[in-house]
Design a protein around this ligand. Sequence first.
Ligand code: DQA
Length: 144
Amino acid sequence: MRILVLNGPNLDVLHLRDPTLYGGISLHDLESRIYAWASELGLSARCEQTNHEGGALDLLHEALDWADGLVINPGAWTHYSYALRDAVELFKVPVVEVHLSDIDAREDFRKHSVIAELATFRVTGKGPDGYREALELLAATVPA
Ligand code: DQA
């Protein structure tokens, strides 16, 4: 079971962002945990991060050919990118929308997600462990 884990803008500088919201972890450490969790769960994860919307779309289009599941934290694109939404809509496999912070308990503009209605599951406000939960949800869903 091959899973694309895609992190969007500003998640490359996770270690510089508010630790009370984002867990005080670096992207490198987060991705190391994701690879370890995936391997425990018998999943094959491929972690990607980009600050470029077009690059994210290209990664998603490529993943249509190989991914059995998608974990996506679209960062701020969550709240307004219909281009990203259209790309996510192409997925026939389960999609998990992940946010480190609890976007429903923050500024009003963060409460709206253009991805939400396409997501099979949503995991918000659980910090880095939210990615583990996302992988567990996929492991339980994706046929062997
Ligand atoms: C985020 C929440 C978004 O509102 C924000 O723009 C991010 C990160 C999260 O993981 O909590 O960059 O997606």
